[in-house]
Design a protein. Structure first.
Length: 151
């Protein structure tokens, strides 16, 4: 699904509101919608009873070396709406992102989250992600936490 589709826009706006609540501002990292179009990336929306409640995306990165490869995908816009939390949807979305990135040729996957998102850090750690050196827009932010794993 394009990141510009109505359900995607709705969920991306909800995650931005979450960032405002937790960090006092929106995520300002540059996003180009074309980065999330096959074959350079993908954006997904999950529904519960027909209602969009979860999102996740990945985009190809060639500037990050992890596990001996630069064939890397970066997870973006992972989100679960509050009414759908605690149902395992984030774990299912993360597994789907890993599988589709692997199928598209990625050999490693990375992501950036923040220290004020302890549930995200717990999810990624329990899914086999290890802390890695900072990268991207928030590379030098003291609140940024970067993770990665081989696929």
């Amino acid at each position: 699904m394009p990141i510009t589709a109505p359900d995607a826009v709705l969920l991306v706006e909800q995650v931005q509101e979450e960032y405002v609540a937790r960090y006092g501002g929106r995520d300002e990292s540059p996003i180009d919608a074309s980065e999330f179009e096959d074959p350079t990336g993908m954006f997904f929306v999950g529904r519960l009873d027909g209602v969009p409640v979860t999102s996740g995306a990945w985009r190809r990165r060639t500037d990050i070396l992890l596990a001996g490869t630069t064939r890397t995908a970066e997870v973006k816009r992972m989100y679960v709406a509050p009414p759908a939390r605690g149902l395992g949807l984030a774990r299912r979305m993360l597994a789907h992102l890993e599988a589709t990135a692997r199928d598209a040729g990625a050999e490693a996957i990375v992501l950036e989250t923040g220290e004020k998102q302890p549930e995200a850090i717990e999810l990624y750690s329990s899914a086999g992600y290890d802390r890695i050196e900072g990268f991207g827009y928030y590379r030098d932010s003291p609140l940024s936490r970067c993770f990665g794993k081989p696929l």
